[in-house]
Design a protein around this ligand. Structure first.
Ligand SMILES: *[C@@H]1O[C@H](CO)[C@@H](O)[C@H](O)[C@H]1NC(C)=O
Length: 119
């Protein structure tokens, strides 16, 4: 009985270690210097700093607009102001996703949720 408790403890602990946190997703943005129709182009880099793949990464895209179109396999915008990153595709451990958008201001694009799949 005690032995089983110890095993259960280690299973729970190792599962706990395997989980990614939302702060493991970092979003950095820089200006590319390109200006299109008076609007600035921004380069966004999203890095998964977790040693596990992450899926269904949702960003806060409230008010998000872009003059240049964004590949929907990289970023899909919903009508409710949320963006899904690489829909249906996991972001690999330590993986990077990047895209560009063009607008007069920078949008924060903060991560709101994600699911991790550790193996
Ligand atoms: C999303 O961003 C908007 C504007 O920056 C903010 O008002 C809102 O609270 C954010 N929503 C969530 C769920 O973080």
């Amino acid at each position: 009985m005690k032995f089983l408790t110890i095993i259960l403890f280690f299973v729970l602990v190792s599962e706990g270690y395997g989980k990614c946190l939302l702060r493991d997703i970092s979003v950095t943005q820089t200006r590319t210097g390109v200006i299109v129709n008076g609007k600035l182009e921004w380069s966004v880099t999203i890095t998964n700093k977790c040693p596990c793949a992450q899926t269904n990464v949702i960003l806060n895209c409230t008010g998000f607009q872009s003059l240049e179109s964004i590949d929907p396999s990289v970023l899909t915008l919903s009508h409710t102001g949320f963006c899904l990153l690489t829909p249906g595709q996991p972001i690999n451990k330590y993986g990077i996703v990047s895209f560009k958008y063009t607008w007069e201001k920078q949008f924060s694009l903060n991560p709101i949720s994600s699911q991790s799949s550790c193996s």
